[in-house]
Design a binder for this molecule. Structure first.
Ligand SMILES: C[S@@+](CC[C@H](N)C(=O)[O-])C[C@H]1O[C@@H](n2cnc3c(N)ncnc32)[C@H](O)[C@@H]1O
Length: 280
């Protein structure tokens, strides 16, 4: 097992980056996503989802970008998958994670950007994901890669993980955890630590709210080097920029390439993680 207490790269006090949604997109009032869905789409949430994402009983995705993302996961999961596939994680992150372990639990697995990498690092992977349309895409990918037998995809939320105490060597989440109760919060962090065995590692990839995590004993690792969003094609770059990064769409058009530096889109690259080794 790799040694999370001895990161290979940089281990320093976390800076607070620019505001962005759990998915990395900048929180901007002009975000096209805000115009994409309306309150009439909220019926797609199950009662369990509504209790977390609509704690007051209602909401307006045209004024609440986090709600708009949750609708995206359920109404247009393939669109999300195209974005996540382009926003590849820095290889240092995956290389840093413990390898050769028995059990890995991932929370908020989405369509599997990280899950597909975890398969090579553990004997058994359980991917917890609340949104059914995202789970279906992930299951399809695992089956296509012939990994169905090594990975289990299950329904669940940060604050109520359907996993026993001390049952994983690594508990990990990527671009999903925030301090907000509906997306993790204190209860979600405690749940990830409960599921992690003593001596195991809890890792939050592409973290936001770094000061919040540092105050809870999480250490920070960042991997250097230029990073670009690797869209499938130039046409894809333009189309996805118009939806997710409208302020940068003109520059993406001008660049004329499928590779767009993260700075052009105005977001932090997925080059960092916060982690804690559970006391043994
Ligand atoms: C930005 S996506 C990230 C997905 C994937 N980890 C990736 O890196 O592409 C956020 C994911 O967190 C999930 N999510 C949202 N709220 C959650 C909660 N309370 N508990 C667990 N997962 C949650 C969403 O359904 C979505 O799949």
């Amino acid at each position: 097992m790799a040694r999370p207490e001895a990161p290979a790269w940089e281990d320093r006090e976390p800076p607070e980056g620019p505001a962005r949604t759990p998915c990395g997109a900048p929180v901007s009032p002009s975000l096209e996503l805000l115009r994409r869905y309306t309150a009439s789409d909220l019926g797609v949430f199950t009662p369990e989802e509504a209790s977390r994402f609509l704690p007051q009983g209602d909401g307006d995705p045209q004024n609440d970008v986090i709600l708009a993302w949750e609708l995206l996961y359920r109404l247009e999961p393939e669109l999300y998958d195209r974005l996540a596939g382009a926003e590849r994680l820095h290889p240092g992150i995956v290389g840093w994670l413990p390898c050769g372990v028995d059990r890995i639990a991932e929370v908020g697995a989405g369509t599997g950007r990280l899950t597909m990498e975890l398969i090579a690092r553990g004997q058994h992977v359980v991917a917890v994901e609340p949104a059914r349309p995202m789970r279906l895409i992930l299951k399809r990918k695992l089956a296509a890669a012939d990994h169905g037998h090594r990975a289990r995809v299950v329904h669940g939320f940060f604050d109520q993980l359907p996993l026993p105490d001390d049952s994983a060597d690594l508990v990990v989440t990527c671009s999903a955890f925030t301090p907000a109760a509906g997306h993790g919060g204190e209860t979600g962090l405690a749940e990830m630590e409960r599921v992690c065995r003593p001596g195991g590692c809890v890792a939050i990839l592409w973290p936001n709210h770094l000061g919040w995590l540092a105050a809870r004993g999480y250490r920070y690792v960042s991997f250097p080097g230029p990073m670009s969003v690797e869209f499938g094609s130039y046409a894809d770059a333009v189309e996805l920029a118009e939806v997710f990064f409208p302020g940068a769409a003109g520059e993406v058009r001008r660049l004329g390439t499928r590779m767009v530096p993260f700075e052009v889109l105005g977001i932090n690259p997925p080059r960092d993680l916060a982690f804690k080794v559970r006391a043994g």
